[in-house]
Design a protein around this ligand. Structure first.
Ligand SMILES: *Cc1c(COP(=O)(O)O)cnc(C)c1O
Length: 408
């Protein structure tokens, strides 16, 4: 098999592509016309391949879907308008009132908020410290259907016991969902830990340029959906490995409607071509910045899985190609967080992560503000915590920017 980047860059042209175009063209269309009405009916009934309606299928989006399946070594991918739409639609399609699932407590803030909304609609969730497989095992009950973890959590960079939870899910026959956004399929393929479904926010590293939103769910083909009681009869046809993703596409994407547009799919597909190149640079710079900050006397603590001081450093080294391009740190009491941030010149004060530009955000005062001081304290979010998403700028420029902002 060819290498990671070769496969991405040449994936479109492996299909018969319009006019020999090297990029899959942007099909800005909602509907698809047929000469013979019987073909239209056959496509709707699934006995003939083809396109029905833009909410479910679009050729540009499909080209991206097969690219992502290739990157994750998965069976089939469905794209959505955002990462949140992917996660929400997946749970909406797979879980029912009275079901229970276990989630890592160290979660992207909006995912945490979404899971609490599911609880209000009769799907219970237990949040546990997923850096320990025992905590996950203890939370499982007879109603548990699924376990959800992130690879590296944001902003504190905890690394879940990905392999341990994978073995546990296999033993207990549970669907294992891994959000791979922070690592991306270049740093880590959740297939290695027996994931059933993989989530990627395409908005972040895969798209990379901060110019398009998108999300994806990839079926890894390792779960026997004939053992999962929530699959509707209509979708219990063909190979059981595909029943889950079919229900996510039909019940989820079609009925809920959070579709990815063809223009965004094109931006993301172009961005994905340089994922490996960007990640190499971003991870190397993250290591340099985190090491510099850890040795600085105005910095209290640095959280980065690449540092030997990180509690899951060994696990990150064993699982990931590199320890990621995001870290966070706390300033000592003598440094004013606002003065420090406002002195930054290269680093942009902004949310988002995975952009080509380096972005910094004061976590407690922005993305974690809504949850209040008590929940923040329980999640270890200090008022001085700053999250940095490292971009592709020249490493020396970023190091000098940190230095002048700390010492200015
Ligand atoms: C950003 C993010 C999401 C949500 O993705 P959007 O595209 O912003 O909706 C989900 N999970 C993780 C880990 C993220 O970082």
């Amino acid at each position: 098999m060819k290498g990671f980047t070769t496969r991405i860059v040449h994936s479109d042209r492996q299909d018969s592509i319009e006019h020999g175009s090297l990029h899959k063209p942007v099909h800005a269309t909602v509907a698809y016309g047929y000469e013979d009405a019987r073909d239209l009916a056959a496509v709707f009934q699934g006995t003939q391949p083809g396109y029905t309606y833009g909410r479910q299928v679009n050729p540009t989006v499909e080209a991206l879907q097969s690219k992502i399946s290739g990157m994750e070594n998965g069976l089939q991918t469905v794209c959505f308008g955002t990462g949140m739409a992917a996660i929400g639609t997946m749970l909406f399609a797979l879980l029912r009132n009275g079901d229970h699932f276990v989630s890592s407590a160290f979660l992207f803030g909006n995912t945490n908020s979404l899971f609490n909304s599911f609880a209000a609609h009769g799907v219970d969730v237990s949040f546990v410290d997923a850096t320990s497989v025992d905590a996950v095992a203890q939370a499982i009950n007879e109603r548990t259907r699924l376990v959800f973890v992130e690879t590296i959590a944001n902003p504190r960079t905890q690394v879940s016991d990905l392999a341990g939870v994978g073995r546990l899910c296999r033993e207990r026959g549970l669907v294992y969902v891994v959000d791979n956004t922070m690592t991306s399929p270049y740093l880590f393929q959740p297939a290695a830990v027996d994931a059933s479904l993989v989530v990627n926010s395409l908005t972040k590293y895969i798209g990379g340029h901060g110019n398009a939103l998108g999300g994806a769910i990839t079926e890894m083909g390792r779960f026997d959906w004939s053992t999962f009681s929530n699959i509707y009869d209509t979708y219990q046809t063909g190979a059981p490995e595909k029943w889950g993703i079919t229900q996510i596409k039909k019940k989820g994407l079609r009925d809920f409607g959070a579709a990815l547009g063809p223009e965004a799919a094109h931006h993301i597909a172009v961005g994905a071509e340089t994922l490996a190149l960007r990640m190499e640079r971003q991870c190397a710079t993250a290591m340099a910045m985190a090491s510099y900050l850890e040795s600085h006397d105005k910095v209290k603590r640095v959280y980065y899985p690449g540092l030997p001081s990180h509690p899951q450093h060994g696990r990150a080294e064993a699982l990931f190609r590199h320890p990621g391009a995001l870290f966070s740190f706390e300033l000592t009491a003598e440094v004013d967080i606002w003065a420090f941030m406002n002195r930054l010149e290269v680093v942009v004060k902004s949310s988002n992560l995975g952009d080509n530009r380096t972005l910094a955000i004061p976590v407690a005062h922005t993305i974690y503000f809504e949850m209040g001081p008590e929940r923040r304290a329980s999640m270890g979010i200090d008022d001085s915590l700053i999250r940095i998403s490292v971009g592709i700028e020249d490493t020396d420029d970023l190091l000098s920017d940190l230095q002048q902002a700390l010492e200015g």
